[in-house]
Design a protein around this ligand. Structure first.
Ligand code: AMP
Length: 190
């Protein structure tokens, strides 16, 4: 199974991606998690990433695109993957669509998580009490949401057309278990 999860920060796509990854036994590729792991290297790149990520801005495509393609071509992903947090802008989206075509990788489902701004802010504030993320605070959330609405959300229109019949929206304001079972149903029919 090859899936992409779209959605704003705090919409719960990371939670659903981990649940699903265990269930269908494919890797959960969260670009945010991959980048956070790189921060631990404490080298020049980590410094650059840390500045960008803690301000809520997007990391350059020149860093993201090779990370994602290397992962997608690795043996880890031979039976599928759940991509979470990528693509995030038009140039990543163009790059990914071209890469998938060239490598004959067929996606099974693209799920777009929908949640209103209030819900998102509340969830991120709740998460900040558990996880120690430098970007989970109200100031940075503002920038992250702005990036999402201007750069990421418009990609849904492109994916809906490009992957007709495989793209669906989910009400991400429902309970975790309800979202989980809706996704499961979609998977059965994918
Ligand atoms: P996330 O965990 O998905 O909320 O990502 C945390 C941060 O990592 C984002 O605010 C960005 O700074 C960076 N990031 C993650 N994925 C991407 C991406 N596809 N393109 C650019 N920056 C990204």
């Amino acid at each position: 199974m090859k899936l992409i999860l779209f959605g704003p920060p705090g919409s719960g796509k990371g939670t659903q991606a981990s649940l699903l990854a265990k269930k269908i036994n494919v890797p959960h590729l969260s670009t945010g998690d991959i980048l956070r792991l790189k921060l631990k290297d404490k080298d020049e790149l980590a410094n650059e990433l840390s500045k960008i990520m803690s301000s809520g801005n997007l990391v350059p495509d020149s860093i993201l695109n090779p990370i994602v393609t290397e992962k997608l071509l690795s043996s880890e992903c031979k039976n599928g993957f759940i991509l979470d947090g990528y693509p995030r802008n038009k140039s990543q989206s163009d790059f990914l669509i071209d890469f998938l075509q060239k490598n004959k990788i067929d996606l099974d489902l693209i799920i777009d998580f929908k949640a209103d701004t209030e819900t998102i802010k509340n969830r991120i504030i709740e998460r900040s009490k558990i996880e120690n993320r430098s970007d989970d605070n109200l100031d940075v959330i503002k920038t992250r949401l702005e990036k999402y609405y201007t750069e990421t959300q418009p990609l849904a229109g492109i994916f809906r057309v490009e992957f007709k019949g495989k793209f669906f929206e989910i009400n991400a304001m429902q309970d975790i278990s309800k979202i989980e079972s809706e996704i499961e149903n979609r998977l059965k029919n994918a």
